[in-house]
Design a protein around this ligand. Structure first.
Ligand code: GLU
Length: 473
């Protein structure tokens, strides 16, 4: 592969897919061109005093589309984040929201900072200052632009952002909806932390419900017993791997992390590895596995499913030809480059695309935002009433001579908790979106991959929105 292939930026990679998908649709060029571009980007520099020294920070918040408000998407803290990356990620947010029917447009933020280099107090001051600058320009606002966690950020940072917003806008009764992914005790929702990883599993389960699709990947059966390699045991990779191992009986045979990879053909106990990583900072020398220093080489190991769950561009024109996985489940944003995609397709590797598979995070962010706007926990008014109704039903069954076992009676009696409702809403969103995209894939001759199907569906929905608003005749 020529060097120029490798020089495509993340945005170019996203836009190339967009162009192919848009060409399968009957939408005017001008409208497609408008949707593809980023509407606005705010760049901000600010100083923070650290140990008596003034340090400057630079960050961005990009808004890709504004067909539905608020615009939505995470904030990334990384020493490598750039404007191009933030813009590409904002575009992916637009497409994923449209695809899974979340009524938001796409945005993304990034701050050049290495969270590992600073203590919690310093990180709090940096985060609050960045938030302050974004709030001033309405790049954080419950009605206009709502961030969430991404790489390098989590519930802790979201709580700081929410608190900064509340201090700056004390008269905004919906202040809690200015950011999602908050701790549950600060207006967050149960199930948000696991949401992206659980969404990946719901997406995979739906894929495995369709034997024709499974056969294309040269696989058969269900997730049980499948050999899986996970790259990245961060929030997304950890939950996806843990749920696949504990609930679906899949075997996580290799884990790739920043300090190398570990392999074990019997499969790992994810909780045990995560516990080790928490104390050691990495996975090197984990006792119940084989350590391989060159972690990236493990992307090329034999497996049924490869789950890149860390960052963009890890499967690229250099290594794609060596990848032996049958199915690639894109849990990260943009892990397979445009050039790699072509190589993998040629080899018969099936890819479940990021804008579908990792949309679980934003789906549950949507639930959290609704909870914040309605100022009440889901199920609070109905749970006990449901339980009473279910009891009546059980009594009626028992008295008509249809006894129900104690186990079933207990399950049937329970009203749904917030967590159960969130998981059920997430499952429904993931199932429905996959059904839509596979239908387009199987029925439309111009659509040659799930990625193009997902992108085409997203573009179509955004285009319809602009048309209905009368922006385009
Ligand atoms: N950062 C996550 C993503 O890439 C979540 C975005 C959100 O919840 O707004 O999808």
């Amino acid at each position: 592969m020529s060097a120029t292939h490798e020089e495509k930026s993340f945005r170019e990679n996203v836009n190339l897919t967009f162009d192919i998908a848009a060409a399968t649709l009957d939408i005017p060029d001008g409208l497609a061109y408008y949707i593809k571009g980023v509407n606005n980007v705010y760049q901000v520099r600010f100083p923070v005093k650290i140990n008596g020294r003034m340090e400057s920070f630079i960050g961005w918040r990009a808004v890709h589309t504004e067909h539905k408000l608020p615009a939505k998407g995470g904030i990334r803290f990384s020493p490598l984040v750039s404007q191009d990356e933030v813009e590409a990620l904002a575009a992916l947010m637009s497409y994923k929201c449209a695809l899974v029917n979340v009524p938001f447009s796409g945005s993304k933020g990034g701050l050049v900072v290495d969270p590992k280099q600073h203590d919690a107090d310093t990180m709090e001051r940096i985060t609050r200052r960045f938030a302050f600058e974004l709030i001033r320009k309405d790049y954080i606002n419950p009605a206009i632009n709502v961030p969430a966690p991404d790489m390098g950020t989590g519930a802790r940072e979201m709580a700081w952002i929410a608190s900064t917003y509340a201090a700056q806008k004390p008269d905004d009764i919906n202040h809690l909806g200015c950011v999602t992914g908050k701790p549950v005790t600060q207006g967050g929702i149960r199930g948000r932390t696991e949401a992206t990883g659980r969404g990946v599993v719901f997406g995979l389960r739906e894929f495995f419900r369709h034997p024709e699709d499974v056969k294309q990947a040269r696989l058969e059966g269900k997730l049980e017993g499948k050999n899986i390699i996970v790259q990245g045991l961060g929030n997304v990779g950890y939950y996806a791997a843990k749920i696949l191992q504990e609930e679906d009986g899949a075997k996580i045979v290799a884990i790739i992390e920043w300090d190398g990879a570990i392999t074990n053909p019997q499969g790992f106990n994810i909780e045990d590895v995560a516990e080790y990583k928490k104390h050691q900072g990495g996975i090197k020398d984990y006792p119940r596995g084989n350590y391989i220093a060159d972690g990236a080489s493990v992307l090329e190991h034999e497996c049924d499913i490869l789950i890149p769950a860390a960052m963009e561009g890890v499967i690229n024109a250099r290594n794609a030809v060596h990848v032996k996985a049958k199915l690639i489940a894109e849990a990260a944003n943009g892990p397979v480059t445009f050039d790699a995609e072509a190589i993998l397709k040629e080899k018969g590797v099936v890819m479940i695309p990021d804008i579908y598979l990792n949309a679980g995070g934003v789906v549950v962010s949507y639930f959290e935002w609704i909870k914040n706007l309605s100022h009440i926990r889901f199920g609070r008014m109905t749970r006990r009433w449901e339980e009473a109704q279910n009891e009546l039903l059980l009594d009626a069954m028992q008295s008509s001579g249809r006894p129900v076992s104690d186990d079933i009676a207990i399950q049937l009696k329970q009203g749904a908790s917030e967590l159960e409702l969130v998981r059920s809403g997430l499952d429904d969103s993931m199932r429905e979106a996959f059904q839509q995209l596979r239908e387009l894939y199987w029925l439309n001759d111009k659509v040659h991959s799930y990625r193009i199907a997902a992108m085409a569906l997203a573009i179509e929905k955004i285009a319809l929105s602009y048309r209905e608003m009368g922006v385009y005749p």
